[in-house]
Design a protein around this ligand. Structure first.
Ligand code: AMP
Ligand code: MG
Length: 482
């Protein structure tokens, strides 16, 4: 039986300015480490009749599937505010797979060797960071947050040199596309309006076909991406996810969470939380994520200006109006998300104060963000005396008063809360422990962690240990690189 690949490679048909046609560089001794059978099912792929050796050859790029057309995508991006030409320096897109329900998925190998965009890099990736991306991207998907997915990880049998010598690995990443704000920036920087037009049409055909015939496609795409990015960042704020490196090249036009480098989850509520070792100024801190989303969208808008209107002044005016709608839309969506977290139906003028007072209390008393909502849902978590605090009890009285409005009942509000408040998130110490053991060829903690994180909204056996806040946080550091 065949695996079921069904490639239709539209990016490959774009002109050569958008990419380099290049295959993965073969690796010495590929060895399959993880394979995502549930995702395979969603993609209508079937690996069950293929042994590990065949799958290792496949997911290392040593043996390419029929119908693939490999390429590295060109893109640019603002990294920590500075514009740079980038591109897939260590990844190749092997093609676009079409599932039976006609969904299109980019299949990309990350860590697959040097390309024209590698600059000084080796084109490779280390095992730890690829497993980390697998764990967290799959956890995000289970948390019902749009994200790129992880289909497989193979060890390459080669060493990669970072600070130490590490095991090399390749991650198979699946995305609705890998087109980024930075891809538009790359095309726009070439200052050829026909190229920009072709690219905009390509993206609209692929992601937003409903605006194909609209009067002003450039303005419409800006509006749509703005809405979708707000939804995405509100979701991040909901679960305490900190992306860590929100450069414009790491912002997907399809608004999926992409590029799991230094990301991590907040434990104790502190809006200024930053984990990334290189983010010394806190540019990408938890509380700055919406601000940076708007900043990145402004860069996207700049790319579109020549296509919005021939009159530049007018184009800028039109785009600015959309960009300036960000705050109001964000606030509304954020408030509604927080209302859901607290089980509140309808709208009360005082909701914002109720929400902010709870957050302030968590911050001041150094209380865990995720577990506080578990406590409010009467879920058994680690005994925490912090909830006996008088200020918290007073806050709870106000919350209980508010809950009584809008025909609310405990059944109704708990049901709502359970859909948005996870019982488990990837706790930093648990992720580190799983990676450390995997480095010693013990994959048990890793597979157990992945299994627990598959059902974050459900009570599960032995979940308790995974709910304990990370004791590492104050000094926990994550790294780009990789
Ligand atoms: P990232 O930090 O993963 O978003 O990557 C930023 C840019 O650096 C992208 O253009 C990557 O392709 C490139 N890059 C990261 N690591 C490597 C590497 N080991 N070799 C070559 N290019 C890399
Ligand atoms: Mg990136």
């Amino acid at each position: 039986m065949t695996i079921g690949w069904c490639f239709d490679n539209t990016y490959h048909k774009l002109s050569k300015i958008f990419k380099e046609d290049i295959k993965p560089i073969p690796v010495k001794k590929p060895q399959l480490v993880l394979i995502n059978k549930k995702l395979a099912l969603d993609l209508d792929l079937n690996f069950s009749n293929h042994d590990d050796k065949t799958l290792s050859e496949l997911f290392s790029g040593n043996s390419l599937p029929e119908g693939s057309d490999c390429l590295a995508q060109a893109y640019a991006g603002h990294q920590f505010g500075h514009f740079t030409m980038l591109g897939d320096g260590r990844a190749v897109l092997i093609g676009e797979h079409i599932s039976k329900d006609n969904e299109r998925y980019d299949i990309q190998f990350k860590g697959s060797g040097k390309t024209a965009f590698s600059r000084n890099g080796d084109g490779r990736a280390a095992l730890g960071p690829m497993l980390r991306e697998y764990i967290i991207s799959e956890a995000m998907n289970s948390l019902k947050i749009p994200t790129t997915r992880s289909l497989a990880v193979v060890k390459t049998g080669e060493e990669v040199i970072r600070e130490n010598s590490l095991s090399g690995a390749i991650l198979t990443r699946v995305a609705s596309s890998h087109i980024r704000v930075g891809t538009f920036q790359y095309v726009a920087a070439r200052q050829k309006i026909d190229e920009l037009e072709i690219f905009l049409d390509y993206v609209i055909n692929r992601h937003f076909p409903n605006i194909k015939n609209s009067q002003n496609k450039a303005l419409d795409i800006l509006n749509i991406v703005l809405e979708k990015q707000i939804d995405l960042v509100v979701n991040w704020m909901r679960v305490g996810f900190i992306h860590g490196v929100m450069n414009t090249d790491n912002m997907s036009i399809a608004s999926e969470t992409i590029d799991y480098g230094p990301c991590a989850f907040m434990n104790v509520y502190d809006p200024k939380t930053v984990f990334s070792s290189i983010d010394q100024m806190g540019r990408y801190a938890y509380c700055n994520q919406p601000i940076i989303t708007k900043w990145n969208l402004s860069r996207f808008a700049e790319c579109l200006i020549p296509l919005i209107d021939k009159d530049q002044e007018k184009a800028i005016q039109l785009a600015t109006k959309i960009i300036n709608s960000f705050e109001k839309k964000y606030e509304e969506k954020w408030l509604n998300m927080m209302r859901d977290k607290l089980g509140l139906f309808g709208v009360d003028d005082k909701d914002k104060f109720l929400i902010l007072d709870l957050l302030t209390w968590m911050h001041q008393k150094k209380v865990d963000y995720t577990n506080t909502f578990c406590h409010l849902m009467n879920e058994k978590i680690q005994e925490d005396k912090k909830y006996e605090d008088k200020d918290f009890q007073n806050w709870k009285k106000r919350w209980n008063e508010r809950l009584k409005t809008n025909n609310n009942t405990p059944e109704k509000y708990i049901k709502l809360m359970k859909t948005v408040n996870p019982l488990v998130i990837p706790r930093n110490h648990k992720v580190e422990e799983a990676l450390k053991e995997a480095g010693k060829d013990n994959f048990k903690p890793l597979t157990r962690l992945i299994e627990i994180l598959e059902k974050p909204y459900d009570q599960q056996k032995d979940i308790f240990d995974y709910q304990i806040p990370s004791p590492l946080d104050e000094k926990y550091q994550t790294f780009c690189g990789t």
